[in-house]
Write a protein that binds this ligand. Structure first.
Ligand code: SF4
Length: 299
């Protein structure tokens, strides 16, 4: 295959995958939604879950996006240094986004920051967001697709705490933020918590946490305990689905942490709404692909 044919093939697969993630929730979110529905006994919350499930059924049947806010596209790329299309990837993703925007269709959600003019293409300076991780010596490529909705991004925040505030301070920061802003972000939410050396490392860790499965558990005992405590506290808040009361408020809480300076601790929170449309697709060097978030994706 020539480079041109290679990149065209990858563009087509990615365009279809972006479209698919706008229409179908990931498998783990679907089954978590079912679990929350089964566990619920509040009649109003049950009614809301019924509407959500009907919404998902209709989106699938009509091949239309699950929500009118189809998000601002963010990609996290983990690419091997030997992957043949390494240098072309950003262009591939932009072309794929352009195709998906037209075909799905996706709402035009990108505006210039100061003029507030809509770019009309779902692209602009720094849009889509692309975060890179290069994996030396490997020849495969993983791409996370995350259309960040406006409402679901609103609770996001980061701060740097003093050591005396400790992990309790980090939990209090997350709780305060989610309890204040979460009801407007269309719960049940997936809450991503990032810990790191500074506000920006913590913020990126919080986004990484959102891209993990809703049931993932941090391997570190302390971090796993923080996930459990936050999940319990948020569920006990009674905010419930769509903020109208109910047994559960979150799909889960994921913590991602990286090492830090002993004198400070960055903490950040990022949230995904009930329409938590994250997608994950892995390519080998011949562009054979597999998705662990959407096993029904077929192209
Ligand atoms: S928060 Fe989520 S479900 Fe609510 S409008 Fe935004 S994208 Fe849609």
């Amino acid at each position: 295959m020539t480079d041109r044919i290679y990149s065209k093939k990858m563009t087509e697969i990615m365009a279809q995958f972006i479209k698919h993630t706008a229409i179908h929730l990931p498998d783990d979110v679907m089954s978590k939604l079912g679990e929350l529905y089964e566990a619920e006994d509040n009649p109003r919350a049950l009614q809301i879950y019924d509407v959500m499930l009907e919404n998902l059924r209709l989106a699938e049947e009509m091949e239309r996006p699950i929500c009118q806010d189809t998000g601002f596209m963010q990609f996290l790329i983990k690419c091997g240094s030997e992957f043949p299309l390494l240098g072309d990837l950003e262009e591939v993703l932009k072309e794929a986004l352009a195709e998906a925007t037209e075909e799905t269709p996706l709402r035009l959600n990108v505006v210039e920051t100061f003029s507030e003019e809509n770019t009309g293409t779902n692209m602009g300076p720094g849009a889509p967001t692309v975060w890179w991780e290069i994996m030396p010596g490997r020849d495969n490529c993983e791409i996370y697709v995350y259309p960040a909705g406006g409402g679901s991004s609103m609770p996001g925040a980061s701060a740097v705490l003093t050591p005396s505030q400790g992990y309790e301070g980090a939990e209090a920061f997350v709780l305060e933020r989610v309890l204040e802003k979460g009801p407007n972000a269309c719960p049940p939410l997936l809450v991503g918590v990032g810990l790191g050396n500074s506000s920006e490392t913590a913020a990126l860790n919080a986004k990484r946490a959102l891209l993990m499965s809703v049931d993932s558990v941090n391997e570190d005992e302390g971090a796993a305990l923080m996930e459990k405590r936050l999940e319990k506290a948020l569920n006990e808040s009674g905010i419930g689905p769509q903020g109208l009361g109910g047994k559960n408020t979150v799909y889960g809480v994921n913590v991602v942490d990286t090492a830090r300076h002993p004198a400070c601790m960055g903490v950040a929170v990022a949230t995904g709404c009930w329409v938590h449309r994250r997608g994950h697709i892995c390519f080998d060097r011949d562009l054979n692909w597999k998705s662990d978030t959407h096993k029904d994706f077929n192209y």
